[in-house]
Design a protein around this ligand. Structure first.
Ligand SMILES: Cc1ncc(C[n+]2csc(CCOP(=O)(O)OP(=O)(O)O)c2C)c(N)n1
Ligand SMILES: [Mg+2]
Length: 396
């Protein structure tokens, strides 16, 4: 299997360099995922800073955290691959944007913050939702338009929310979530609740005017806002170099500090988000540019190979894959065996399959529920079937 071959390559094992000299031998190793002995690891790529001091490349972690990262990213990856199959089987309809390749951003961010901190993102939202504690059942039920979905089957792929965990969506209009995220930060500052808001957007969205308007207000009022540009280097079929005069997105806030981060390294993401949270609470907004990559096309209608080469995609998989990097680190630190990691992958595969089976059992929303939480009541709105003739529901 290509993935395990890549994992055993010694040259790539050097991508993340363990600093700790005294690493426990396998004989004395505690059971995986419970060992909280501190381990220090140096990120392979330094941070590049704009108008701020870069944080240290030395990141503190534990076996528990690293194996947890591996498990959660493997689960996210598996879920996205399964969503691809469900889409092709026509069980998921409409829009669907997958996150495989970008998992380290979601999990590194979560490792640095709490659920009191808010997150808002665009339409590539399934794994952000899982990172906030959403369940696989809620994900697949929502994707297939079922009642057990996180938006009761009425939002679909682009409209996942989990307000009880500070997740405010799931937005389809490119860039529109950025001013909303700044609004969340405004509320946090107003209520003095010492938490921050992460507004995620893509490299394509970074060229939009509303980002700069929102940044101005955030900086003017020192709002605790962290703007995360997930730079996967492509918009909708357009390479960043065709769309952006300056692709240094971390610098594009001008007067707003920024940091460029290896977004394929979960520990670098964690370090950057921890730094950004402290910065934002003290000084106001900061931009984090996460250098990342998406393996799938932009959406399900994009094969993803017309504007980039297959070699480029397989090169990233071989050299920078976020899951393989953690696998190599865990193995090189002797925190788990290859078999233990393979077993984790088997477990998550089963979890995903079980969630899909359960989601299929969930009924479609009742027609009487069609407008609930969608339209304001009292306007007599009617909904028609696919033939556009038969009225299926009327708003009370
Ligand atoms: C205002 C607006 N313009 C255009 C679109 C169509 N559109 C959807 S995604 C996208 C590209 C965005 O790329 P990027 O911000 O890099 O995010 P990525 O898809 O790479 O995560 C475009 C043009 C839209 N949804 N909204
Ligand atoms: Mg992009």
């Amino acid at each position: 299997m290509a993935l395990s071959r890549a994992a055993s390559s010694p040259s790539r094992a050097a991508l993340l360099k363990p600093l700790a000299a005294a690493i426990s031998s396998s004989l004395f190793r505690r059971p995986i995922s419970t060992d909280t002995t501190p381990i220090t690891v140096e990120t392979s790529v330094p941070f590049t800073a704009h108008r701020c001091e870069a944080p240290s490349r030395t990141v503190e972690t534990t076996a528990e955290e690293l194996v947890g990262f591996f498990r959660t990213m493997a689960l996210m990856r598996r879920a996205e691959i399964a969503a691809d199959s469900l889409y092709k089987a026509k069980l998921i309809r409409g829009f669907c944007h997958l996150y495989d390749g970008q998992e380290a951003v979601a999990i590194g961010m979560e490792a640095a913050i709490t659920k009191k901190d808010c997150i808002i993102t665009a339409y590539r939202d399934h794994c952000i939702y899982l990172g906030r504690g959403g369940t696989l059942l809620e994900v697949f039920a929502e994707l297939m338009g079922r009642q057990a979905g996180c938006s009761k089957g009425k939002g679909g792929s682009m409209h996942f929310y989990k307000k009880d965990a500070g997740f405010y969506g799931g937005h389809g209009i490119v860039g529109a979530q950025i001013p909303l995220g700044i609004g969340l930060a405004f509320a946090q500052k107003y209520k003095k609740d010492e938490s921050v808001s992460f507004a995620l957007y893509g490299d394509g969205a970074a060229n939009q005017g509303q980002l700069f308007e929102a940044l101005n207000m955030a900086a003017l009022w020192d709002l605790p806002a962290i703007l995360v540009c997930e730079n996967n280097h492509y918009g909708m079929g357009t390479a960043e170099w065709r769309a952006a005069k300056s692709p240094a997105y971390y610098k594009r806030g001008d007067y707003v500090p920024g940091l460029k981060v290896d977004g394929m390294d979960a520990l670098a993401v964690k370090q950057a988000c921890k730094f950004a949270k402290e910065h934002a609470l003290k000084n106001g907004p900061i931009i984090l540019e996460m250098d990342t990559y998406r393996y799938h096309g932009h959406s399900m209608s994009d094969p993803g190979s017309t504007y980039r080469t297959r070699d480029e995609i397989s090169g990233v998989r071989q050299e920078r894959d976020p899951i393989e990097r953690i696998r190599k680190l865990v193995l090189s630190l002797d925190l788990a065996t290859e078999k233990e990691l393979k077993d984790i992958e088997k477990e998550v595969r089963k979890e995903v399959d079980d969630a899909i089976a359960q989601a299929k059992e969930s009924p479609m929303p009742d027609p009487s529920e069609l407008f609930t939480n969608v339209y304001v009541k009292g306007y007599g709105v009617e909904s028609f079937g696919a033939d556009r003739k038969e009225v299926r529901a009327v708003l009370p």
